[in-house]
Design a protein around this ligand. Structure first.
Ligand SMILES: *[C@@H]1O[C@H](CO)[C@@H](O)[C@H](O)[C@H]1NC(C)=O
Length: 349
């Protein structure tokens, strides 16, 4: 099930046990880098050996956040269009999410909060020449009854206004947004959809339409129950002749520089101190793995009791929690698989 990624993890663990300083440090570095590239294992319905090779060929790019924010039909809509768009990507966030999470605070969006995974997905999409549009749900979570018609109308209006009607449309929905997107795709013509940490509502549909778009499940197998439902739904879709693909994201060890690397504005000194605090409080095990999800780990209390001062007060709390959740790999947005996701989407335009 875990193939390549797990092998690297295993190797990493066993190498650590030898404690031969020089060689191990070098080997550790090499394996750590390899590990970063194999955090997730793509698994194709057909065989796709080149799957992970793309990860090492990341193009060098510079995309600046430059979104437009508008209230349309009492709904917050934020978008950014690259210089030479090739396709359109609609993103649906998870429960409690918002379009504001997908861009850093900037002149075009002074209220944006730029959560690390969300904003990276957008930057990766823009670099791949996708026009990105994110719509905020009416309630905390999506409901098709409340949001379905509204999103369809907003998309029609926006695609026409931006002269993007002729471009292929794809979608990415996370968690609640994934459920929503799976239903929206029965009515709106997508070339492909990505359901992230979501299994979709296929078992609730009267029938899956014949022309249902190819579907990529990006999920975290540690969530066993969801994994089982995804397997059932993949079977349902395959029986209908719908192309499916699966990318499994597994846990990985946190390092002293992890938070500093991922959360812009959090320096490496603070990152190391947080890491040491979390380790001393037993939130992280000897090998660097999170023992539990960030949401249920009392790290905020530990931080309050410590003398660590975060820049900008509490601005980064959500950012830190997201990265801890990601490392634990049970239920979180992830941009670590962007290469594979956009490679897959591009083959369906
Ligand atoms: C790192 O950030 C903290 C908190 O904002 C600050 O107090 C400290 O001076 C910074 N350290 C360096 C080396 O920049």
């Amino acid at each position: 099930m875990f193939k390549r990624g797990n092998k690297s993890l295993f190797l990493w663990r066993s190498v650590r046990n030898y404690q031969l300083p020089g060689v191990v440090a070098l080997l550790g570095l090499v394996i750590f880098v390899a590990l970063l590239y194999t955090l997730c294992i793509g698994e194709n319905s057909a065989s796709d050996k080149s799957n992970n090779d793309h990860a090492t060929e990341r193009v060098d790019y510079q995309v600046l956040p430059n979104p437009t924010v508008e209230i349309v039909k009492e709904t917050q809509v934020i978008w950014q269009i690259p210089s030479d768009p090739k396709a359109v990507l609609l993103i649906a966030h998870g429960c409690g999410g918002s379009a504001l999470n997908f861009w850093d605070r900037c002149p075009g969006c002074p209220n944006c909060v730029g959560l690390p995974e969300e904003k990276q997905i957008v930057l990766d999409a823009l670099a791949e020449k996708f026009s990105v549009i994110v719509i905020t749900s009416t309630d905390v979570c999506w409901s098709y009854g409340k949001d379905g018609l509204r999103v369809k109308e907003i998309m029609t209006w926006w695609l026409e206004k931006q002269d993007l009607v002729k471009f292929p449309l794809v979608g990415l929905g996370a968690s609640s947004g994934g459920y929503f997107l799976s239903v929206l795709a029965t009515e709106v013509r997508f070339r492909g959809i990505v359901l992230m940490i979501a299994c979709g509502l296929f078992d609730k549909m009267d029938s899956i339409p014949d022309n249902y778009p190819p579907t990529l499940f990006v999920h975290m197998p540690k969530d066993v129950k969801r994994g089982r439902r995804i397997n059932r739904h993949i079977e349902m879709l395959r029986k209908k002749g719908v192309e499916t693909r699966e990318i499994k994201c597994i846990e990985f060890p946190v390092t002293s520089h992890w938070l500093g690397d991922r959360v812009e504005g959090l320096n490496q000194t603070t990152s190391s101190r947080l890491f040491e605090l979390f380790r001393s409080r037993g939130f992280i095990d000897a090998k660097g793995y999170m023992k539990n999800d960030g949401r249920v780990t009392p790290w905020r209390e530990a931080l309050k009791q410590s003398d660590i001062v975060l820049p900008y007060g509490s601005k980064f709390m959500h950012h830190i929690e997201e990265e801890l959740n990601l490392a634990y790999a049970y239920h979180e947005m992830t941009s670590l698989q962007s290469d594979q996701i956009f490679e897959w989407l591009k083959t369906h335009l």
